[in-house]
Design a protein around this ligand. Structure first.
Ligand SMILES: C[S@@+](CC[C@H](N)C(=O)[O-])C[C@H]1O[C@@H](n2cnc3c(N)ncnc32)[C@H](O)[C@@H]1O
Length: 460
C-alpha cells in the first residue's frame, strides 16, 4: 500500500528501528520505509500512521512483523565466489584439521543468515570434505532477526534464482526436487544447520561464554548499521571467536577504522586471494606492522598526480538519451534484488544505446562480478574506467577482478588508481556501495590492498 510518511513519523520510526535492530534509515530510504509501513498497515487494516504507531507500542508481534518487512533478505547459494573458493580450498580444510586435534568439534556461525542459503552453502562445502560426521560434533549455527526469513530457511526449498551460482554437480549432490518443482536441500546437509532467532545488535552472542567459534560469517549485514553499532558488534564477534578463527564480511564491508582486533589476510594463491579477517591474539602494534609498506623498482615511471591524470583523460559523462536513466535505474534495482543476469542485460541495453556512458559499463561489470563471471566483467570494467578515469568504484572492482584472474601487477595499479580517484571526492562523501560509509575509508583500504599485492608478489 502506498502511503505518505510525514517527516515527524519518519523520525519516530527511524529512531525505533535504530534502537530495535541498529538499522540506519537516512532520508534517502524514506520511500522504502513508507512502503514497508504501508504494507503493514494494509495487513493490519489500519488507515493512518499514527494508529499504526500505537499498535507498534502495544504489540510485540507487530514489531517483529515490521522488522521482517524492513530488513533486506537478499542472498543466494555460494554467494561471493572468491570467498567460496577460499572456504572450499583453504579455510574449511584447515578448520577441520584443527578440529581433528580438538575433540572433532567445529562451530560455524552464519550471523544474519537470511533465508538460509549462506549456512546451507557452508554445510554443503563441509559435506564434501566430511561425507560422514559420525564421531564429529559439527554445527553451523544460523541466526537472523527476521522470523519470516528463518521460517523460509527452515523449510529449505528454493527457486531457480537462489541457486544461480550452484553448478550442476552442486545441484545433483546437495538438492533434491521439491514438490513445487524447486530445489530442496538434502537432509544430510540440513542436519548440520541449526537456525535460531537472534538480534545481533541488542542481544549478547547466542553461545555460552565458554563456547568458542571457529568461523563467523557476517556478510552483508553491517551495511545496514551505523559505524558505532558495527564497532560494538565486531567486539562481540572477536570475543566469541577462538584465536586463529576467521571472520568473513561481505565484499563492500571493511573493518578499516572499525576494529583493530582482526588481521586482514589474503587466502588462496596470492593474487587470486579472497580477503578475509582473522582473530589473532597479538598486540595491535605488531598487527599494524604486518602489511609491508614498500614499493619495488619495476613499478615503472611515477604515476602522475591524480588530478593531472583525470584532467588528461577526463571524459565528461555525456548527457544520456531519454530513457537511458530509466534503464540504468532498472539495472540498479535488479542488482539490489540480486537479479544479476537481468541487471547485466539491462546495463548492456543501456551501454548499446549510450556507448559513452561509463556507468552502464560499470553496472554491467558489477552485475557480472556478483554473478561470479570475472572474465566477462573485465571487458566492461575496463571500458568504464577508460570512459571515466575518475570512477573510483570501477577501478576498485577492476582491481579485484584482475587479482582473481591472475594479474597482480595490474590489480595493484588499479587499487592505486581507485585510491587516487576515490581520494578526489570530498573526504566525508559517502557511498551507497559501502552502505553509506565514507569514501575515504575505501580509498585507504585500496592503498592497503595495493601494498599487500606489491608486498606479496614483488611487483608494482
Ligand atoms: C542481505 S541479508 C545477508 C544474508 C547473507 N549473510 C548473505 O550475505 O547472503 C542481511 C540479513 O541481516 C539480517 N539482519 C539485519 N539486522 C539484523 C540484526 N540486528 N540482527 C540480526 N540480523 C539482522 C536481515 O534480516 C537479513 O536477513
Amino acid at each position: 500500500m502506498r502511503i505518505a510518511l510525514s517527516a515527524e513519523h519518519f523520525e519516530v520510526l527511524r529512531v525505533r528501528l535504530a534502537r530495535a535492530a541498529g538499522l540506519v534509515f537516512d532520508p534517502s530510504r524514506k520511500e522504502s520505509m513508507a512502503y514497508s509501513v504501508g504494507e503493514r498497515m494494509r495487513a493490519t487494516g489500519l488507515r493512518d500512521v499514527a494508529s499504526y504507531l500505537v499498535l507498534l507500542d502495544d504489540d510485540a508481534a507487530e514489531r517483529q512483523r515490521l522488522l521482517d518487512e524492513v530488513t533486506i533478505q537478499e542472498t543466494h547459494f555460494f554467494r561471493n565466489p572468491p570467498q567460496v573458493r577460499a572456504l572450499r580450498t583453504h579455510v574449511l580444510p584447515e578448520l577441520l584439521r584443527h578440529a581433528e586435534q580438538h575433540g572433532r568439534r567445529l562451530r560455524i556461525w552464519s550471523a544474519g543468515c537470511s533465508t538460509g542459503e549462506e549456512p546451507y552453502s557452508i554445510a554443503m562445502l563441509l559435506r564434501e570434505l566430511l561425507p560422514s560426521t559420525g564421531g564429529w560434533d559439527v554445527k553451523v549455527i544460523a541466526t537472523d532477526i527476521s522470523s519470516r526469513a528463518l521460517e523460509a530457511a527452515r523449510a529449505g526449498r528454493y527457486g531457480a534464482r537462489a541457486v544461480q551460482l550452484a553448478s550442476a554437480d552442486d545441484l545433483a549432490r546437495h538438492f533434491q526436487p521439491a514438490p513445487d518443482g524447486g530445489h530442496e536441500v538434502r537432509p544430510e546437509v540440513r542436519q548440520l544447520v541449526e537456525f535460531r532467532h537472534h538480534n545481533l545488535v541488542t542481544a549478547p552472542v547466542p553461545f555460552a561464554p565458554s563456547e568458542r567459534i571457529d568461523l563467523v560469517l557476517c556478510r552483508n549485514v553491517t551495511i545496514y548499521f551505523g559505524r558505532d553499532t558495527t564497532r560494538a558488534l565486531m567486539t562481540r564477534l572477536h570475543e566469541c571467536l577462538r584465536d586463529g578463527g576467521y571472520l568473513f564480511l561481505g565484499h563492500s564491508e571493511t573493518l578499516w577504522q572499525v576494529s583493530e582486533d582482526f588481521r586482514l589476510v589474503a587466502l588462496g594463491t596470492g593474487e587470486t586471494a579472497a580477503f578475509v579477517y582473522r582473530r589473532l591474539d597479538e598486540p595491535a602494534a605488531e598487527r599494524r606492522a604486518v602489511l609491508p609498506d614498500r614499493r619495488t623498482e619495476d613499478e615503472g615511471p611515477p604515476r602522475p598526480a591524480p588530478e593531472q591524470r583525470v584532467k588528461a583523460r577526463r571524459a565528461v559523462e555525456p548527457a544520456a538519451p531519454v530513457g537511458i536513466e530509466d534503464v540504468l535505474a532498472q539495472a540498479r534495482a535488479a542488482l539490489g534484488a540480486g537479479r544479476y543476469a537481468a541487471a547485466a542485460e539491462l546495463a548492456a541495453q543501456a551501454s548499446a544505446a549510450a556507448p559513452l556512458r561509463a556507468e552502464a559499463f560499470y553496472l554491467r561489470g558489477l552485475a557480472l562480478v556478483d554473478a561470479g563471471r570475472d572474465a566477462d566483467a573485465l571487458v566492461d570494467l575496463r571500458k568504464a574506467v577508460y570512459l571515466l578515469p575518475e570512477m573510483g568504484f570501477a577501478h576498485f572492482l577492476l582491481a579485484g577482478v584482475l587479482g582473481r584472474l591472475g594479474h597482480p601487477s595490474a590489480a595493484a595499479r588499479e587499487y592505486a588508481a581507485a585510491a587516487d580517484t576515490l581520494g578526489l571526492q570530498p573526504g566525508d562523501a559517502t557511498a551507497e556501495e559501502l552502505g553509506g560509509r565514507s569514501v575515504s575509508e575505501l580509498a585507504q583500504l585500496c592503498r592497503q590492498l595495493e601494498r599487500r599485492l606489491v608486498g606479496d608478489v614483488g611487483v608494482g
